[in-house]
Write a protein that binds this ligand. Structure first.
Ligand code: NAD
Length: 345
């Protein structure tokens, strides 16, 4: 049994979770950080390279829906907080088959809640120790040209992924209402940045462009998303985990509403400058020439935008990264990754 108090992070080998683990280890060297991740296709230990030897860090490979395993973690460590990222996260996969989404996003969340509740209740700390659930603005559904989601917008999920996340949010809230558990939920807009799985839009664009393949854009590319740099998201989670009010939901936005096609064009123009030699090798004048429009995703939400004034006013947070500078950092990271993958093949 470890005597130190531990922060349990789930899904810390994924995109946002791995950025968060690195950020927390750097900022809070006194915290003991336990990262549980099943390492599905989306989890990658390379995202955490360099942290293995850090003395206050522990990685456990396992499934959050495995009740025995979660109970053993709570028995072994004095878990004083949970930040719950682990999820099946890709909308297209949920449209193909929702089974894993229900297992991880709903059952997994319930197992974590139940185990934390029992452990903290036994210690008389149910109202003190915090369960922070990471969610998405997709639970609110889709918007027309105008308006924004706020924390009071009723859930109206449109695909199995967002339905499973909305279900998880409801469960988390219910543990707050029913047992007085100290829960908090954050719903953020689309994240971008280093360490994202290659199946998602931005890495797909960069990898296809560098390989000289066509860059697929769903429908007319005019779907609007609000883009949040992953490090800004991590900073908001840190702030809300420590200072957010019990039982509350906070939206986290990037303040960068853009159509997918605009984001893709910006990435191509950054690549045109950074990778002019590669451009010459594939006989193009601009990577934008590779853009091609494909059949739209089923139930493709038209626009998401979140009103995060509650977070800005109550906790003084704001997104710091401009979209252009965040995209430059992101493109540079994936170019390096693409080159190292190309070298190893
Ligand atoms: P990701 O798919 O990159 O990472 C998910 C991680 O969870 C992976 O490492 C995977 O191995 C792990 N995992 C999956 N099932 C598991 C299980 N049963 N047990 C233990 N680990 C399991 O996802 P992400 O983009 O980093 O998203 C993290 C969280 O943030 C999710 O809850 C997601 O809904 C939410 N979110 C993401 C975005 C975004 O733009 N990426 C936006 C808003 C909210």
């Amino acid at each position: 049994i470890h005597s130190k108090k531990a922060l349990l992070i789930t899904g810390g080998a994924g995109f946002i979770g791995s950025n968060f683990v690195a950020y927390m280890i750097d900022k809070y060297p006194d915290y003991q950080i336990i990262n549980i991740d099943k390492l599905t296709y989306a989890g990658n230990l390379e995202n955490l390279s360099g942290l293995e030897n850090y003395p206050n860090y522990e990685f456990i490979q396992g499934d959050i829906a495995d009740q025995n395993l979660i109970e053993s973690i709570f028995a072994m460590y004095d878990v004083w907080g949970v930040v719950h990222f682990a999820a099946e996260s890709h909308v297209d996969r949920s449209i193909e088959d929702a089974t894993a989404f229900i297992h991880t996003n709903i059952v997994g969340t319930q197992v974590l809640l139940q185990t934390a509740k029992m452990d903290w209740e036994r210690k008389g700390e149910l109202a003190q120790r915090r369960f922070h659930h990471i969610s998405t603005d997709e639970v609110y559904g889709s918007l027309g040209e105008k308006g924004m989601f706020n924390e009071k917008t009723p859930y109206d999920p449109r695909n199995p992924y967002s339905a499973s996340k909305a279900g998880a949010n409801m469960l988390v809230k219910s543990f707050g209402y029913t047992y007085g558990m100290n829960i908090v939920i954050t719903s953020s807009s689309n994240n971008y940045g280093p360490r994202q799985h290659e199946e998602k839009l931005i890495p797909t664009v960069i990898f296809n462009a560098l390989s000289g393949n066509s860059i697929p854009i769903y429908g007319d590319g005019r779907n609007v998303r609000d883009w949040l740099f992953v490090m800004d998201h991590c900073k908001a989670i840190d702030l809300i985990f420590h200072q957010g009010c019990t039982g509350e939901v906070y939206n986290i936005g990037g303040g960068n509403e853009k159509m997918n096609i605009e984001v893709v064009r910006t990435i191509c123009s950054i690549l045109d400058e950074l990778e002019s030699e590669r451009l010459a090798e594939i006989n193009k004048n601009s990577f934008t020439e590779l853009i091609s429009f494909t059949k739209d995703r089923l139930g493709h939400d038209r626009r998401y935008a979140v009103d995060d004034s509650k977070l800005r006013q109550e906790l003084g947070w704001s997104a710091e990264e401009e979209l252009k500078s965040g995209l430059i950092k992101t493109v540079e990271w994936y170019v390096k990754r693409w080159k190292s993958l190309a070298k190893n093949h």
